[in-house]
Design a protein around this ligand. Structure first.
Ligand SMILES: Nc1nc2c(ncn2[C@@H]2O[C@H](COP(=O)(O)OP(=O)(O)OP(=O)(O)O)[C@@H](O)[C@H]2O)c(=O)[nH]1
Ligand SMILES: [Zn+2]
Length: 212
């Protein structure tokens, strides 16, 4: 049986309350049964003391780790305001925890978001940028998509002159298993508007992101 079709994406119809959507779409008993099966498949005894509560715990944990599936990105950015500022706004070092959709193992690091407001000076609260990172991170993800989804949501809602998003992350699927290259980091970027067309604007933003 496939999933129930979680309403993600820019055209999704969201209810007003993410908690209701979690209840509607996250099937906790099914997640618990799956974790129990995984333990059995590994030859473990899910009834032993330490594991008895584990399926319920893991289901609750994944419900939290996937809450970004049930939150409307446009709503996060709903409260914009006009401020006579047409220069760069840059938030660096936003901690980011996600999980790769290939292995469901964590990838984590820092996101950096910059934008230049449009001529009306439409800006959003700085915390909303961090909320946006969280929202897109708390889904089964790949780093490239996470990066461009953040850039596209900002472009859609703020209609800024430009957006630049850089994500630096370490993937545990490359560290604790497989190729086992612990400590290697992956950098992805998404540039829109003036940061795409003007190499000097892009270079300036990148040097600020890198703290140079
Ligand atoms: N592009 C990209 N790749 C990712 C991301 N997260 C994990 N991967 C990669 O997804 C790939 C999945 O490759 P597969 O060959 O299908 O799976 P696998 O046999 O487990 O691969 P190995 O990790 O090489 O053992 C791996 O190369 C991972 O490193 C991501 O965010 N972006
Ligand atoms: Zn992976």
């Amino acid at each position: 049986m496939t999933g129930q079709g979680v309403p993600i994406g820019p055209d999704a119809e969201f209810g007003s309350d993410p908690a209701e959507l979690v209840d509607e779409y996250f099937d906790r008993p099914r997640a618990e049964a799956a974790i129990r099966e995984l333990l059995l498949a590994a030859g473990e005894d899910p009834e032993r003391d330490g594991l008895r509560e584990t399926p319920a715990r893991v289901a609750r944990a994944y419900e939290e780790l996937f809450t970004g599936l049930y939150t409307d990105p446009d709503e996060v950015l709903d409260r914009t305001f006009d401020e006579a500022h047409e220069e760069l706004v840059l938030v660096r070092d936003i901690p980011m925890y996600s999980q790769c959709e290939h292995h469901l193992l964590p990838f984590h690091g820092m996101a950096h978001i910059g934008y230049i407001p449009n001529e009306q000076g439409r800006v959003t609260g700085l915390s909303k940028l961090a909320r946006l990172v969280d929202l897109y991170a708390k889904r089964p993800q790949v780093q490239e998509r996470l990066t461009s989804q953040i850039a596209d949501a900002l472009t859609r809602k703020l209609e800024p002159r430009g957006v630049i998003v850089v994500v630096d992350a370490e993937h545990l699927c490359m560290g604790m298993r497989g190729i086992r290259k612990a400590g290697s980091t992956t950098t992805t970027s998404a540039v829109r508007g003036i940061f795409r067309s003007s190499s000097s604007s892009r270079a300036e933003a990148l040097s600020l992101i890198r703290g140079k």
